[in-house]
Design a protein around this ligand. Structure first.
Ligand SMILES: C[S@@+](CC[C@H](N)C(=O)[O-])C[C@H]1O[C@@H](n2cnc3c(N)ncnc32)[C@H](O)[C@@H]1O
Length: 229
């Protein structure tokens, strides 16, 4: 099954178990804003959300920056349909684009590009290319933040991460059906280590590349595009 089809099938129930399936949900998504502290609440920011899904992260960014316009990109029509409903009270502020961000389509220019739990579905060459395109598509001074799953540095660490995630999900009371669906989706994962991804971000041109949050396989990292001199 393709990634798009997997998430089309998951779309209806996707939001239900997010808090149980992402340990430290608030701190994980909240860490994205550490990269955005220099932006004022009233700024008319152009925000791009790569693999926006049902719009969880887009909603958080839009809430923090009420004048921002947000473009949600996703392969899955079904996931974006849920996002459309989420934002239906603010027509015109959100744009929904069904596309593969690993393809050639132009993303347009943005001040902020974010992504959550999506880029790890690409092979490493694809991740590097997305980082490069994120850099190119940002306006000078822009920022790219990826809140994503990363691979353990050794198979032993990776196995520990998986056990940790399972334990936390069960402690949080995840239902067996939601857990089974998440395990099925995880077959699509192609995570890379954090160290590799920080290097690829720097190679793409980003400055001040950093990881501001990490809890086992969940990490939030990114960098800035230089302002015009
Ligand atoms: C686990 S969901 C995360 C959704 C949302 N960002 C969140 O934090 O809840 C991953 C999303 O990335 C999308 N996705 C994966 N690869 C993609 C690609 N190459 N282009 C566009 N969307 C992609 C999937 O369709 C899915 O909606």
């Amino acid at each position: 099954m393709s990634v798009g089809a997997v998430f089309d099938a998951a779309a209806r129930d996707y939001d239900r178990a997010r808090r149980q399936l992402v340990p430290g949900f608030d701190r994980f998504y909240g860490a994205v804003f550490e990269f955005l502290v220099s932006y004022g609440r009233e700024e008319r920011l152009r925000v791009l959300d790569l693999g926006a899904g049902t719009g969880l992260l887009s909603a958080m960014v839009a809430g923090r920056f009420p004048e921002a316009r947000v473009t949600l990109v996703d392969l899955s029509e079904g996931m974006l349909e849920v996002a459309r409903r989420r934002f239906s009270a603010e027509p015109g502020r959100f744009e929904f684009r069904v596309l593969d961000y690993a393809g050639d389509e132009d993303w347009g220019e943005h001040d902020i590009a974010v992504s959550a739990l999506s880029i790890h579905h690409l092979e490493d060459a694809g991740k590097k290319e997305v980082f490069r395109r994120a850099y190119e598509s940002l306006a000078p001074g822009g920022v790219f933040v990826n809140a994503d799953q990363v691979l353990g540095a050794t198979p032993g660490m990776e196995a520990r991460y998986h056990r940790y995630w399972l334990r936390r999900a069960r402690e949080a009371g995840v239902g067996e059906l939601d857990l089974a669906a998440a395990l099925e989706r995880m077959k699509q994962d192609k995570s890379a280590t954090l160290a590799s991804q920080l290097r690829w971000l720097a190679e793409a041109g980003f400055e001040a590349v950093d990881c501001v949050y990490r809890d086992h396989q969940f990490a939030v990292y990114g960098g800035y595009k230089q302002r015009r001199r």
